[in-house]
Ligand binder design. Structure first.
Ligand SMILES: Nc1nc2c(ncn2[C@@H]2O[C@H](COP(=O)(O)OP(=O)(O)OP(=O)(O)O)[C@@H](O)[C@H]2O)c(=O)[nH]1
Length: 601
């Protein structure tokens, strides 16, 4: 049996957000000569504008580099980038499944954080060789000995040989590359067998159609070859293939063990699903490769076009986004207040914000997003069970036997001095403590918390009560009965379905009151008085009033100051863009999301 090229190394970098993964990958690219100095734009792997703006990595991408090692041999390093935010951990495991090893990058001044722990366990479960690396060694606050001890105590892997690097200055990079080549094993596979190639990622290009990033496990994929997507049985002809260096470099074939892109004239975006296997259509493999775990969205919200004419464009944009974002779910939704739109499912709030921004920016859509909700399991009086991910679809109260809400198990790592604050926060959010363990100065806390309380603002609150030091990771655990009620919002007496929210009974009164108060601030004055009410069933629990507009807004400018007048008009125009006429009242986007600002008790 022929062997896979023993000089290939497929690896990922796992790190907590901001520990320097992108900077380190830039340094690798620069060191291995993938780009000329002048081409070295900051953080080349974060390819989307949005990512660069927010400074986070969303899409997994790959780059192939040639590294000439000290032993004189040249190695092909295939580096698969992974995102760092807790919302996107599924993409991390997807990228890891295509690797043989991973660098665990830990900030030598911050130390180990929850996300690194979670991702590291994923890597260990997948049998990857995990190589710890201490980054930011140039910082005066770096404390490598303490952090090495933390890696051993908290994660439980040997860190005595961890290389000390500074991705910023370049110190230690060569030692790290040497260790990588030494410790991470070459891929296994059979170059003589029929082709099997795992689709790690797929995205849509307006000119080329679907582009897939694959790892060839067995056999070889060649130009002009007829390939088959095993889950659908559909055949395509390979038009172009190659690697990113990170510049695109076309090749005639990709062999067992290699990672690269494939373009095969695939037009329908569902035909090359992430996790599927490509095989040789003439000589198909018997079995598809193990794909990836299906990921379930956790947060749902309605997305509606402000302008009804944009409905078809929105559908098209969602279907394109979904291709390289398999966690995005959508189905048509009709709202009395907002018309035709889609109910979309996301991994978390950050994911939701990113999808909305991408839709608006890349597809030029003007959208209204409704308040996010989690999914509830509802047991009906006739014994039937239904899942409800839209408050307005909650069955009538007299038909409900029990509502069950999703509960997560969260792990929080926090320095001792903030422990009290963090426990108080968790209890406020209806959390139940399950475990607490001291590890040096850090404490590892395990809490069960309702997902509904976590998705809204838990992450931000946690950061603020711990001055940024606490880190958090969670998994969905179970559904549990809870006294949830639906709070409806009435505007001038009309129930606005898109404003309804689900709340725990104990908090319904106070949240209802805060909600109508907040809306009063957010809904601009109209020509007449607008009454805003919150109700549970037919019982009104809170009320506020937006006073009628008395004068023309410009009146107070006394006609004199032209630039001020223009500014005011522009501000109005700006505000107008994201308004929706509901009945006789114009409601701005912010009012639909008012619930996000009133989630305190
Ligand atoms: N002093 C110092 N700063 C560094 C070093 N490496 C990275 N940084 C800085 O740390 C910050 C975060 O680095 P990134 O490379 O964007 O971190 P990341 O882990 O890729 O973050 P995400 O892409 O959001 O997951 C940036 O401001 C970097 O300039 C280092 O070795 N020393």
């Amino acid at each position: 049996m022929a062997e896979v090229n023993p000089n290939i190394r497929n690896f990922s970098i796992i790190a907590h957000i901001d520990h320097g993964k992108s900077t380190l990958s830039d340094r690798f690219i620069q060191y291995c000569g993938g780009l000329e100095e002048r081409e070295m734009e900051a953080q080349v792997l974060d390819s989307m504008d949005l990512e660069r703006e927010r400074g986070i990595t969303i899409k997994a991408q790959s780059v192939s580099l040639d590294y000439k090692a000290r032993n004189g041999q040249t190695y092909q390093l295939n580096f698969i980038d992974t995102p760092g935010h807790v919302d996107f951990s599924y993409e991390v495991s997807r990228s890891l499944a295509a690797c043989d090893g991973a660098l665990l990058v830990v900030d030598a001044s911050q130390g180990v954080e929850a996300q690194s722990v979670a991702n590291c366990y994923t890597a260990i479960e997948l049998n990857l060789e995990v190589v710890p690396v201490l980054n930011k060694i140039d910082l005066p606050s770096a404390d490598p000995d303490r952090v090495c001890q933390e890696i051993e105590d908290i994660i439980g892997i040997d860190a005595t040989e961890a290389v000390h690097v500074s991705a910023k200055t370049g110190v230690g990079i060569e030692d790290l590359l040497e260790q990588l080549v030494e410790r991470i094993p070459p891929p296994v596979g059979n170059p003589d067998a029929s082709l099997t190639a795992l689709i790690i990622d797929s995205w849509f290009d307006n000119y080329l159609g679907v582009i897939s990033l694959v790892r060839v496990v067995d056999g070889e994929i060649r130009k002009k070859m007829k390939i088959r997507a095993m889950s659908t049985g559909r055949d395509f002809q390979v038009e172009q293939l190659g690697v990113f260096t990170p510049k695109r470099l076309d090749k005639d074939s990709l062999k067992a063990g290699e990672v690269g892109f494939v373009i095969a004239g695939i037009k329908e975006i569902t035909a090359a699903r992430v996790g599927d296997t490509f095989t040789d259509a003439q000589k198909p493999a018997d079995k598809a490769l193990a794909g990836f775990k299906e990921i379930q969205p956790r947060v749902f919200a309605g997305i509606f076009p402000v302008d009804a004419d944009q409905y078809e464009n929105l559908r098209d944009a969602l279907s394109k986004l979904q291709l390289n974002d398999s966690a995005l779910f959508y189905e048509p939704e009709t709202s009395q207040a907002l018309g035709f739109g889609f109910r979309c499912g996301f991994l978390g709030m950050l994911h939701m914000e990113i999808v909305q921004e991408r839709l608006e920016r890349e597809y030029d859509l003007n959208l209204i997003t409704t308040a996010p909700t989690v999914i509830y399991e509802v047991v009906l009086t006739n014994g039937e069970q239904v899942f409800v991910h839209n408050p307005s679809e909650l069955p009538p109260l007299n038909k409900i036997e029990e509502i069950r809400e999703p509960i997560i198990r969260g792990t929080i790592l926090v320095p001792q001095e903030y422990l009290g604050n963090v426990i108080t926060l968790c209890i406020d959010k209806r959390g139940i403590q399950k475990n607490m363990q001291y590890m040096g100065n850090q404490v590892s806390l395990v809490f069960d918390l309702p997902l509904a309380e976590v998705v809204l603002d838990f992450f931000d609150k946690l950061k603020s009560v711990s001055r940024g030091y606490a880190s958090f990771d969670y998994t969905l655990d179970r559904f549990e009965p809870a006294p949830m009620v639906r709070v409806d919002v009435l505007v001038n007496g009309d129930k606005v379905d898109a404003l309804a929210i689900m709340v725990h009974r104990d908090f319904a009164q106070s949240r209802g009151r805060q909600l109508v108060e907040k809306m009063k601030e957010l809904i601009p004055r109209q020509m007449y008085e607008v009454a805003i009410q919150a109700a549970i069933g037919s019982q009104i629990i809170a009320r506020s009033t937006v006073k009628a507009m008395r004068k023309d807004v410009l009146a107070k400018c006394y006609g004199g100051d032209v630039s001020r007048k223009r500014k005011l008009l522009e501000k109005q125009k700006e505000g107008k863009k994201r308004m929706k006429q509901v009945g006789s009242v114009e409601i701005p986007q912010e009012a639909f999301l008012a619930v996000l600002r009133v989630s305190d008790k």
